[in-house]
Design a protein around this ligand. Structure first.
Ligand code: NAD
Length: 433
């Protein structure tokens, strides 16, 4: 038998479920309150009725009344209407914002619409649950944070791993020195799709291609650019780097208590097929924080793009914190450590505890009621997606970049700073929604 310390440093994983002390604590934490009267139930509108939007609405309907559905694809709208037949139908999200019966907007659109829809909602006095990745650019995040602070609306970002017990436990242990001084954090994200070339096709009846594209460059309709696979095009998203990075890089930042790195470098590790998906499907990015901690973020072939296991023996997507005294690996449904004792021992009463939420949508509606900040507010969503965007920019420029996390600019680097924003295609503008 190896000595425990040796075993710890050889990295033999000790698979673990959540420790009893932590589960007991979670049981004692009050959950979100269910509505008690009609006056207590906000009117909810869903903008973007695809798979995730409908999933979010199903969860939100526990806390309010579904009053409106909005999509630029009549087929998706009809599918949602089957589940919520009493709700009104809208084609243009600006009409949703004019409705007096809507208190809360759920934004389940494609990534390039998140900021404009959320800005419009907050300016119209609505609270917003916006899917991750919160923004398409770093500049958009600044606009959302500013608008949220000005309008005092509640904005929850859909990075729901913050409301997952495994991830909170990992971050609390890391923050309280259970692993000693943290040296590095490794993040593995599912590999993206590398397919193509794709052909233009006639725009399907009942689909508003121009409104779907909105602020992004106008191009011929290509089916693979739209539903679900939009995330593999730089025009609309950042590939799995932003899709999954908005979950796992968010946890890396939460555990480290960081808002941004001071250095980033990265590269795609495969060439994409001309005429096919553009966002890097395989990549390796490295961030360095001011305290010297290194954060590596790589794609892994062991998972498919939805996170399903392709190779059970390969490196699964997730986050691994490594410190002087051991490591913790955390992913959906699993937390393990170099030594089980690292998880088993309760945190002392004097420990720093993180925001506890065990129900992401419930936390949002609780905050709609109490006007307290939600667990994943605009600032959190902005900072987490910005780290992903920094990785994308480093990959696209192919060189090391210096970042000022306080000034939110690349240091003395005009070329890199150009990538912080994208000009919306006219007539769209951030001020006009
Ligand atoms: N939190 C999570 O775990 C999670 C999981 C999956 C997806 N997501 C996020 O949810 C979002 C949607 O993903 P999806 O897989 O459901 O995509 P999808 O393509 O199935 O759905 C997007 C919907 O938005 C609609 N849409 C586009 N522009 C619109 C506009 N201007 N107004 C109204 N509707 C518009 C589309 O027609 C489509 O119905 C993405 O941002 C994605 O990153 C989050």
């Amino acid at each position: 038998m190896s000595h425990p310390t040796r075993r710890r440093f050889l990295g033999t994983a000790a698979a673990a479920t959540l420790p009893a002390w932590f589960l007991d604590e979670c049981r004692a934490q009050p959950g979100p309150k269910s509505p008690t009267s009609k006056n207590d139930t906000p009117g909810i509108a869903l903008v973007g009725c695809g798979g995730q939007g409908q999933g979010d609405l199903g969860s939100a309907a526990r806390f309010g009344r579904v009053v409106a559905l909005c999509d630029v694809d009549d087929g998706h709208l009809a599918a949602a209407a089957k589940r919520w037949p009493a709700a009104a139908h809208e084609h243009d999200f600006r009409k949703v914002m004019e409705r007096k019966d809507v208190d809360v907007v759920i934004c389940g659109t494609v990534d390039h619409w998140h900021t404009l829809v959320s800005l419009a909602a907050m300016r119209a006095g609505k609270d917003v649950y916006c899917e991750k990745p919160l923004t398409l650019t770093i500049d958009e995040g600044k606009r959302l944070v500013e608008a949220q602070s000005k309008t005092k609306r509640i904005l929850q970002t859909g990075s729901q791993q913050r409301s997952d017990k495994n991830f909170r436990l990992a971050c609390e242990l890391v923050r309280n020195g259970r692993l000693g001084k943290i040296k590095e954090v490794d993040v593995w994200l599912p590999e993206g799709r590398r397919e193509g070339p794709f052909k233009p096709a006639p725009v399907p009846n009942g689909f508003d291609w121009d409104l779907w594209q909105g602020p992004t460059p106008a191009v011929e309709y290509v089916p693979e650019r739209t539903h679900v696979t939009f995330r593999y095009w730089w025009d609309y998203s950042g590939g799995t780097m932003t899709d999954w990075g908005a979950h796992h890089n968010d946890i890396a930042l939460w555990g480290l208590g960081q808002t941004g790195p001071v250095k980033v470098s990265g590269k795609p590790t495969v060439e994409m097929i001309p005429g096919g998906f553009t966002a890097a499907s395989k990549y390796a990015v490295e961030y360095t924080y001011a305290d010297g901690v290194v954060h590596r973020c790589r794609s892994t072939p062991a998972n498919n793009w939805f996170g399903g296991v392709v190779d059970p023996k390969g490196q699964q997507h997730g986050v691994k914190f490594t410190g002087a005294d051991g490591w913790i690996f955390v992913t959906r449904g699993k937390i393990e450590a170099s030594d089980p004792e690292l998880l088993k021992k309760p945190l002392p009463a004097s420990a720093t505890r993180l925001y506890a939420s065990n129900d992401h949508m419930g936390n949002f509606f609780e905050c709609v009621r109490t006007r307290k900040p939600p667990i994943c507010d605009a600032e959190v969503g902005y900072r987490s997606v910005s780290v992903c965007h920094l990785g994308v920019i480093a990959m696209r420029l192919g060189r090391e970049l210096k970042w000022d996390p306080m000034g939110e600019q690349f240091v003395d680097d005009k070329e890199a700073n150009k990538w912080l924003a994208r000009e919306p295609r006219k007539p769209w503008s951030y001020d006009a929604v």
